[in-house]
Design a protein around this ligand. Structure first.
Ligand code: MN
Length: 497
């Protein structure tokens, strides 16, 4: 217990400790370690006291004999509301319990989850803290669970953190998860980044000094630091650029934090007077913030020793917001924001996080028993994505337009290669049927099935296409001695001079 803790927080710790007494985590530690870690994370994010108390109590309703009434009596409506929200959130996802009291209109667990938390975004923030700690301690779980949790975090929770512009959280979650989802690739890229940084160290130091000197001459106050690219974001970027390292320009980035917006642009000028800017690489996210509210001024330059370096200029507020996102705005603006949430007015959100408003409105309408066309509810959150489910309830994300074979290949190429049919929401369907948000998709396979040429027309994603082509090559190449799934490492040139 911390002496800084208020009486209320101390009381919550007592109550949670007692409630979880005798329970242990897979790590072998007493269970209370987990809620206390969640408390610490929420404190680091600068969350308000109600959220911190709810964080301490977040697993009590589901896992202990404590009831919502108990919590309401002792800690008040607001805390009880948050704990209830977090509980609903996890049960909605487990599909274990019924939250249908006000969400009868959809079987889409993900949508239900979003609507359930649309009421108060702090519920989601607690959930993210909970997930972060679970990821940090993932090594204690059996491998199949590790993979499942990691995959879901990568596909659902890290993008959510991104939507809330919680950059630091997104990076940590994505890298922790990616390590379990694809351990080999993770190590490979991690080593690559480390090597690169090491090789760049000396020249970066010089660049920093040059920039510092020039900025001082212009009397601009600044802080300059290097930012390291996360493993997962490099992985994603490489996938976008056909694995061509030559097209990754932001492996090394220097971040310059200045006093105000004018200084951001002045600094840009200073940098362009020192180095050659690369064409088309100036991005003004100050004038035009990203959808999640991210603001910064980016430019990529070629330095005197021919190194490509990205610079990011921003103010302190922009920086704080880029790292902490919505949580940061609680820190800066706690009272006002919290009040607004309670009153259902959130037009004072610091950025265009308008999808939150949309969710809140929808949640309110549903609770009032009004009709809501959920299909029309375009959650900006994942505008171009759909979430579908395996019969076991695992969430699989696909681009909008995906077909059953895309789903099958996304599960595993062994499954994709042997598809004989598909059931969608329990009914036999066909391979041309476009999947829709919330569908439960069951792939039927037979070990005698082989991939068909005709499948080319029944595929939407490039991921599935690549896998199918690989399979077709093996099937139709009788001279191929190995049917190994490993790609050929090197191909000898056909013509030699
Ligand atoms: Mn938990």
């Amino acid at each position: 217990m911390n002496t800084k803790d208020s009486q209320c927080v101390q009381r919550a710790i007592e109550v949670a400790t007692k409630a979880h007494e005798g329970q242990f985590r897979k790590t072998g530690e007493p269970y209370i370690v987990h809620p206390l870690a969640v408390k610490k994370i929420l404190e680091d994010w600068g969350m308000d006291e109600d959220t911190i108390i709810a964080g301490i109590l977040h697993d009590t309703i589901e896992d202990t004999s404590l009831t919502l009434e108990d919590i309401k009596k002792e800690f008040g409506e607001s805390v009880a509301f948050l704990v209830d929200g977090v509980t609903k959130l996890s049960t909605a996802r487990n599909g274990m319990r019924d939250i249908d009291t006000y969400l009868p209109a959809t079987k889409d667990n993900f949508l239900r989850l979003m609507i359930a938390l649309g009421d108060d975004i702090r519920v989601l923030i607690i959930k993210l803290a909970d997930r972060l700690h679970n990821l940090r301690t993932l090594s204690a779980l059996p491998p199949d669970k590790q993979k499942k949790i990691a995959k879901e975090s990568l596909e659902v929770f890290a993008p959510l953190a991104d939507r809330l512009n919680m950059g630091r959280l997104r990076v940590e979650m994505a890298d922790l998860s990616f390590k379990y989802v694809d351990p080999r690739r993770f190590e490979e890229l991690k080593t690559l980044i480390e090597k690169y940084n090491k090789s760049a160290e000396k020249s970066l130091k010089k660049i920093k000094e040059e920039v510092a000197e020039a900025l001082k001459k212009e009397k601009i106050h600044f802080e300059i630091s290097g930012r390291v690219k996360s493993v997962y974001s490099l992985h994603k970027k490489l996938a976008k650029h056909n694995q061509n390292m030559g097209e990754i320009y932001d492996l090394t980035a220097l971040r310059i934090i200045v006093d105000d917006i004018t200084d951001c642009y002045l600094t840009l000028g200073v940098i362009h007077s020192l180095y050659t800017p690369m064409g088309g690489r100036i991005k003004d996210y100050i004038a035009k913030p990203k959808q999640n509210g991210y603001q910064s001024l980016h430019t990529t330059v070629i330095t005197k020793d021919k190194r490509i370096v990205e610079f990011q200029m921003r103010t302190k507020e922009m920086h704080e917001y880029a790292e902490q996102g919505l949580a940061a705005s609680f820190y800066y603006n706690e009272q006002k924001l919290t009040e607004n949430y309670k009153q259902g007015k959130i037009e004072h959100l610091p950025t265009n996080l308008l999808w939150i408003t949309e969710l809140q409105t929808t949640a309110a309408r549903l609770r009032e028993g009004k009709k809501v066309d959920l299909k029309k509810l375009k959650l900006n959150l994942f505008a171009d994505k759909i979430f579908v489910y395996t019969p076991k309830g695992d969430i699989i994300d696909l681009p909008n337009g995906a077909l059953p074979l895309d789903f099958a290949y996304k599960l595993h190429s062994e499954i994709g290669d042997h598809v004989v049919g598909v059931k969608i929401n329990g009914k036999m369907s066909n391979l041309n049927k476009k999947l829709e948000q919330g569908d439960i998709v069951e792939i039927l396979t037979s070990k005698n099935q082989t991939p068909k040429q005709s499948w080319r027309k029944k595929i939407f994603t490039s991921h599935a296409r690549a896998k199918l082509f690989k399979a077709l090559r093996i099937v139709h190449d009788p001279t191929n001695p190995t049917e190994s799934a490993e790609p050929k490492k090197k191909r000898k040139p056909r013509i030699r001079k």
